[in-house]
Design a protein around this ligand. Structure first.
Ligand code: SF4
Ligand code: SF4
Length: 382
């Protein structure tokens, strides 16, 4: 829902932040040409944490209006995923506004800044998030964007998290991973201490069998798995005509009982309605056909962010992160997220390093044109 639509509905500009929510909720239940009724929410247990969370939960990364998140909460969604880094640091504030008065009814997951490695920095990050979220605890604190097993075992990080838990500031520990997820998830299972309780993992209908097996192992071991990037980019495609593949993609994810929940990013009421309707639906043959067509249509664009190409680049360009940034710009249409992700890449590993390279020798295991993608990233993000 656009800001001007809220203004028309009298939501913004009232003395109470949530006067007008009823009209927002009413709007969410309707769509042109028909009524929309929120489905009965469905819950699953997040591994050994015991938290019962809605199988469609809220990825707040792209949501500018707290009212959209609030409507989801009022209709049974009870888990929200955020990070301070999102929206130039404003995303946790937006979630805090949506949470007003609901602190005991909704579980909040946020993330430690990727570059924070020392005990002081990790504790400082959590303290800042607590203040911004206006909470006395965070339900799930996650190490952000792991690309391998090493960070899982860092003693200083573990010491910091244990201290925060002893102080009652965090309840459960998790990690997030977009790249090399199979190694990360297997490492959580193989960790003799089983230190981490959950993982937020890129998982969609393009996911390979090795990751599916790792996820099954994690579920068996009581490690909760939450799925992100469930739409394989969510690229717009003309190949399907007016048919949207988004519900089919989400159904595909949550029909896997080893996944506790999916957190699709929801920007507005349209996204909320489309995603939330999937709770209780089954994956049909028609959905499988739609996904097959959609997969074929995006094959030349969708980067699996697997990082397999990076060892074939002599300059060590972080191709998977560059491509993820580009996906945020081109598919998510979020320039801010794209730029902030791209800025985290050191200059020597950014797409600009390609300018010094005579001929691209990097090879994509899925046949993407890496050189063209790096050039687009330079044009769009550098
Ligand atoms: S052009 Fe290709 S091989 Fe050269 S630095 Fe860029 S990605 Fe690496
Ligand atoms: S460009 Fe290809 S090999 Fe590289 S991360 Fe993407 S899908 Fe993997």
């Amino acid at each position: 829902m656009k800001r001007r639509d809220f203004l028309k509905m009298g939501v913004i500009g009232t003395t109470s932040a949530f006067i007008g929510l009823e009209s927002v909720a009413a709007a969410a239940k309707k769509k042109p040409g028909g009524a929309f009724t929120f489905p009965a929410p469905v819950y699953r247990t997040l591994g050994r944490t015991g938290l019962k969370i809605s199988i469609v939960s809220f990825g707040a990364m792209l949501t500018p209006e707290p009212e959209v998140i609030r409507v989801a909460f009022e209709n049974g969604v009870n888990y929200v995923d955020t990070a301070r880094r999102y929206m130039g640091g404003r995303n946790e504030e937006i979630v805090a506004r949506a949470l007003k008065g609901l602190h005991n009814k909704v579980y909040v997951a946020t993330k430690i800044v990727s570059s924070s490695r020392s005990k002081e920095d990790i504790i400082g990050d959590v303290e800042t998030s607590l203040k911004t979220l206006e909470r006395d605890h965070i339900d799930v604190i996650q190490l952000h964007s792991l690309t391998g097993r090493e960070r899982i075992f860092e003693p200083e990080m573990r010491e910091a998290l244990v201290k925060l838990r002893q102080q009652g500031k965090v309840r459960f520990f998790g990690v997030t991973t977009h790249t090399n997820e199979t190694e990360v998830v297997n490492a959580l299972v193989d960790d003799p201490d089983r230190f981490f309780d959950m993982a937020l993992v890129k998982y969609n209908f393009r996911t390979d069998d090795e990751l599916k097996k790792a996820i099954a192992r994690a579920a068996q071991a009581g490690i909760g798995i939450v799925a992100m990037k469930t739409q394989a980019g969510g690229y717009k495609t003309d190949a399907l005509g007016p048919i949207s593949p988004h519900q089919a993609a989400l159904k595909w994810v949550i029909q896997d009982k080893n996944i506790t929940a999916a957190i699709p990013g929801m920007r507005d009421m349209g996204h909320l309605r489309e995603n939330i309707a999937v709770m209780g639906m089954r994956l049909t043959l028609a959905d499988s056909l739609i996904l097959r067509c959609y997969g074929a249509a995006i094959a030349c664009r969708y980067c699996h962010i697997c990082g397999a190409c990076e060892k074939t680049c002599p300059r060590g360009v972080a191709i998977s992160v560059v491509n993820r940034s580009l996906m945020y710009a081109e598919a998510y249409r979020s320039e801010a997220l794209a730029r902030s992700t791209y800025r985290e890449i050191p200059a020597y590993a950014s797409a600009s390093a390609c300018l010094e390279c005579g001929r691209c020798t990097a090879r994509c295991v899925n046949g993407l044109d890496i050189s063209a993608k790096m050039a687009r990233a330079r044009e769009t993000l550098a």
